[in-house]
Design a protein around this ligand. Structure first.
Ligand SMILES: Nc1ncnc2c1ncn2[C@@H]1O[C@H](COP(=O)(O)OP(=O)(O)OP(=O)(O)O)[C@@H](O)[C@H]1O
Ligand SMILES: [Mg+2]
Length: 254
């Protein structure tokens, strides 16, 4: 069954782009035809993987200026991996979300449904916040996975997200699942990290995962590379990171 997964928490800089894109890479490496939809007006996922500017972007598709197939481009480092990009410069998606999206909250759901005939796995990378654009993306997904960092206010942020999502699901009659949390940049040696993980797990509502601090993520992003295939001075990602990514890949697409 094709599946669409959004990675979201309203907080910025928690690893949404890093994790969503790394998991999309993992899915394609494992052989599933996979699409990243860059739903963030900052266009970070697109600038990570694309080295030249394609002709069209997500906002063009949403506005009917082109077909999705005209805007989707392959990420040439991994067979079967594609992106529907957003250009950070120009602000077309931001403008669209602030004006026209109000009248068509299901436009992203419709697009994702159409793309499921073409792609097995669809990953949505969202911008921080819980505005109109993020809400439309959340209800377009089958599952939402929440990345968070083990910091003092992160559990408050999670509570707010749970409450807002519950209202959104009710208002929009959505059945989107939210049962997985990723504690990102986790360091087992730090007591606060262990406490936050334990608190998230003890709620009993979530399956919790850890992704360790991984310096190669930033280096791969700077170099425009897929992290699983990138090495610096002969060294790739840590074994613990690879294991965490593989476990998430196994569980998320079930
Ligand atoms: N596990 C990790 N270890 C080390 N650095 C990480 C890790 N995860 C993410 N980062 C770094 O943290 C920064 C923020 O990550 P990222 O851009 O993925 O966050 P984001 O939630 O998508 O941000 P935004 O809210 O702006 O979209 C990046 O520089 C990224 O390389
Ligand atoms: Mg991001």
């Amino acid at each position: 069954m094709p599946k669409a997964v959004a990675f979201h928490l309203q907080k910025g800089g928690v690893g949404k782009t890093t994790i969503s894109c790394t998991l999309a890479c993992q899915s394609a490496i494992r052989g599933a035809k996979t699409l990243i939809i860059d739903c963030d007006p900052q266009g970070n996922a697109s600038s990570w993987f694309l080295h030249s500017s394609p002709s069209y972007e997500l906002a063009d598709v949403l506005q009917g200026k082109c077909y999705a197939k005209d805007a989707i481009v392959p990420i040439d480092q991994v067979e079967g991996l594609y992106i529907l990009p957003t250009f950070g410069i120009g602000g077309t998606l931001k403008l669209y979300s602030e004006t026209k999206l109000y009248d068509e909250p299901f436009v992203i759901l419709d697009l994702v449904s159409e793309l499921k005939s073409e792609f097995e796995h669809i990953v949505l990378d969202l911008s921080p916040g819980l505005g109109r654009l993020e809400r439309s993306c959340l209800i377009a997904s089958d599952e939402i996975v929440t990345p968070m960092v083990p910091e003092v206010f992160s559990l408050d942020g999670l509570e707010i997200f749970i409450e807002e999502l519950s209202k959104l699901k009710k208002n929009m009659h959505s059945t989107v699942r939210h049962s997985k949390i990723i504690i990102n940049s986790f360091d087992e040696r730090i007591r606060q990290h262990r406490d936050i993980y334990a608190a998230a797990e003890s709620s009993g509502r979530f399956t919790c995962y850890k992704i360790p601090v991984e310096p190669l993520f930033r280096k791969a992003q700077e170099a425009g590379k897929v992290p699983q295939l990138y090495k610096v001075r002969g060294r790739g990602m840590k074994v613990a990171t690879i294991d965490a990514i593989k476990k998430l890949d196994e569980d998320i697409w079930r």
